[in-house]
Design a protein around this ligand. Structure first.
Ligand code: SAM
Ligand code: SF4
Length: 330
């Protein structure tokens, strides 16, 4: 089957799939305390998720990342993994997930057995009170236990940290030292204006480009050529020996090499995290469409792929999209 290539010549080899919009945390930059979740009938079933993942793999997607919301709160998530595992080595190179780690301790071994070898765990602070303020839930001990269990199960762990001016800016060097001391890569992320939250994101915005410049006054950062098909750029920190990534959608736009598309938990294919352009794959799926019709719908979406996002710092207080990251899949 012909591979997926967008109008700008970028091959689509990476699919992020949000398996649920629900979550057991309520991070301040991601959702409101009173977040209203979607009715369950809106969500793709496990069979529908499998069918769409399979269609993308047939068209050249080599890496699948499951996310959410929190993927580990989706009932039957392990069954989904055990199903798509059949594609590993037959077109699919890797199955990964992004998790908040709260339930990871209970899942780590089963994830490994289902073919997962790497997980990204989001952690914004190592101070219990700060963590509880950012996540609005006092769950740091569970997350740390989850990371330990993941390592014990043989999973490689990468840490994701959203940089927040008031809450964790001062802690970032310690977070990096902690992660590198345990052999984990860590990536710093700028807050993006996705969906309404209770706070004004402008007040918490921290430029990662600035953080990087400050860091260069006390650490030697060596640029690495590593690319993961997404927006992160990596350096090696000479003093810690570890790998550090920067995701700077607001202060530095890296869309040109992007190979990713996103499937929401409701079956919409989004061509870019920062654009509303999307196509609905659930309607044809539920109308009993055959494989060719689904492939045609995917092609129609890829043909609409924009060149890049247009997030702007001046407009951080108004969401660029009404969609929360938890629906689209971060
Ligand atoms: N619940 C899982 C987790 O937190 O890792 C997976 C989904 S979460 C939406 C994926 C990533 O997106 C997390 O690292 C989170 O910190 C990040 N994120 C959520 N909302 C964001 C926003 N508005 N701007 C930047 N990053 C965001
Ligand atoms: Fe949940 Fe992840 Fe959003 Fe935090 S960032 S509220 S853990 S989906």
């Amino acid at each position: 089957m012909n591979p997926l290539v967008d109008p700008f010549g970028r091959a689509i080899t990476y699919l992020r799939v949000s398996v649920t919009d629900r979550c057991d945390l309520r991070c301040i930059y991601c959702m409101s305390e009173r977040m209203r979740f979607l009715p369950r009938t809106e969500l793709l079933t496990l069979e529908e998720l499998d069918r769409l993942c399979t269609a993308f793999i047939e068209r050249g997607v080599r890496r699948l990342r499951f996310t959410g919301g929190e993927p580990l709160v989706r009932k039957g998530f392990l069954d989904l993994l055990r199903g798509v595992r059949r594609h590993l080595g037959k077109g699919l190179d890797e199955i990964t997930l992004t998790t908040n780690g709260v339930q990871l301790a209970g899942f780590a071994q089963a994830l490994f057995e289902a073919g997962v070898r790497r997980v990204n765990v989001s952690i914004d602070s190592l101070d219990r009170e700060t963590f509880a303020r950012i996540a609005r839930r006092d769950c740091l001990p569970q997350v740390l236990a989850g990371i330990e269990a993941a390592v014990a199960a043989g999973l490689r762990v990468k840490i994701n940290t959203v940089a927040l001016k008031h809450d964790n800016a001062h802690e970032i060097p310690d977070l990096i030292k902690w992660a590198h001391g345990r052999g984990h890569d860590i990536t710093l992320i700028e807050t993006m204006p996705l969906g309404e939250v209770d706070e004004d994101r402008t007040s918490q915005f921290l430029s990662i480009t600035r953080v990087r410049e400050d860091m260069q006054s006390y650490w030697r950062l060596i640029d690495l050529p590593d690319r993961t098909g997404g927006p992160a750029r990596y350096v090696r920190v000479e003093e810690t020996g570890g790998r550090l990534g920067f995701i700077t959608p607001l202060t530095h736009n890296f869309c040109e090499g992007c190979s990713r598309v996103r499937l929401t938990c409701t079956g919409r294919l989004y061509l870019c995290l920062g654009h509303e352009t999307s196509v609905d794959l659930r309607t044809p799926l539920r109308a009993g469409a055959d494989a060719q019709t689904i492939h045609d719908a995917i092609d129609a979406g890829i043909a609409l792929r924009p060149k890049g996002h247009d997030f702007q710092i001046e407009r951080l207080s108004t969401p660029a999209t009404q969609r929360h990251m938890s629906v689209t899949g971060g």
